[in-house]
Design a protein around this ligand. Sequence first.
Ligand code: ATP
Ligand code: MG
Length: 337
Amino acid sequence: MMGDAAPVIEVTRLKKYFPLPRKYPGQNSLQVHAVDDVSFAIGRGETLSLVGESGCGKSTVGRAILGLIKPTAGEVRLDGMRIDHLSAGRLRPLRRRMQVVFQDPFSSLNPRLRVREILAEPIANYALARTRAEFSARIAALLEKVRLPADAAGRYPHEFSGGQRQRIGIARALATEPEVIICDEAVSALDVSVKAQIVNLLADLQDELGLSLLFITHDLAIVEHLTHRVAVMYLGRILELADRRTLFALPFHPYTQALLSAVPVPEPGARHRRMILKGDVPSPVNLPSGCRFHTRCPHVFARCRTEEPLLRKVEKAEGGTHYVACHLETRPGTAAA
Ligand SMILES: Nc1ncnc2c1ncn2[C@@H]1O[C@H](COP(=O)(O)OP(=O)(O)OP(=O)(O)O)[C@@H](O)[C@H]1O
Ligand SMILES: [Mg+2]
């Protein structure tokens, strides 16, 4: 995973602020701080999950990596190459290497096209096949990879169930032979049992193809059997980043603990005490001072209201990686975990 090999994706100090339209002339311009200084890397063959409540900036991170939006600040690298400032034309050949699977296969698959045509499009776009026979062979191989029957090629998206449609979405993402797939709530809309099947498929494909996955989800429970590392986001920032075992067994940040306490079946040995956060997520337009989580934190103390904690390595971490942005980490004689 990480460590020895150079990362495939590297995000450095990424910020994305969306300006809000002014309500009256002369009004100060307001901004949505959708992503506010986020850094992480994904290794070859690694899954990193980005989790957090709705609106915390997960999809914005994904869109910035894919070049669908220009960052306000910060850098995105693919295989060491900076890509955040590239024009659409320069980015195009690199986009072949990074694909995305969205939540809603209904709206992301053209209902007028047969599966064959849906899969042929990216193959043609990147000139990965020339003859009819080459196209057919590639399409058959893609259907087999996602465990759909060969005759699926001649059918339309509406003829499939939600889970099967998501398999078509995954096949389409695989069509360009990517190194990285960003799954943005890719299984969130599916029934529990179907969810597990798609998660297993993604894990198998990762093994088989050495894919790097950025798995974006608001649901911590579904990443437990898939992910290598987890980054927990809140109001545009990463508050905790750790390898899976550490995050599920020894979460440090009070926010991570609250998210985990809502997960039905915790890792064996994990403390399980349902923790309900008070209040709502503050507005990303007017961020709280100091730690952005302090308005809801059960352990808040004076420093949290004035000074923003940085993401720092947890010294006591036993193997693996563990980073946390919380003043409790440095308060003598205390430990949240
Ligand atoms: N184009 C845009 N213009 C203005 N604000 C935006 C835009 N896109 C996103 N936002 C805002 O940025 C913040 C982060 O949005 P984002 O979609 O990244 O969150 P998310 O974590 O993916 O949420 P969800 O779990 O609901 O998908 C939200 O407050 C959202 O309203
Ligand atoms: Mg989203």
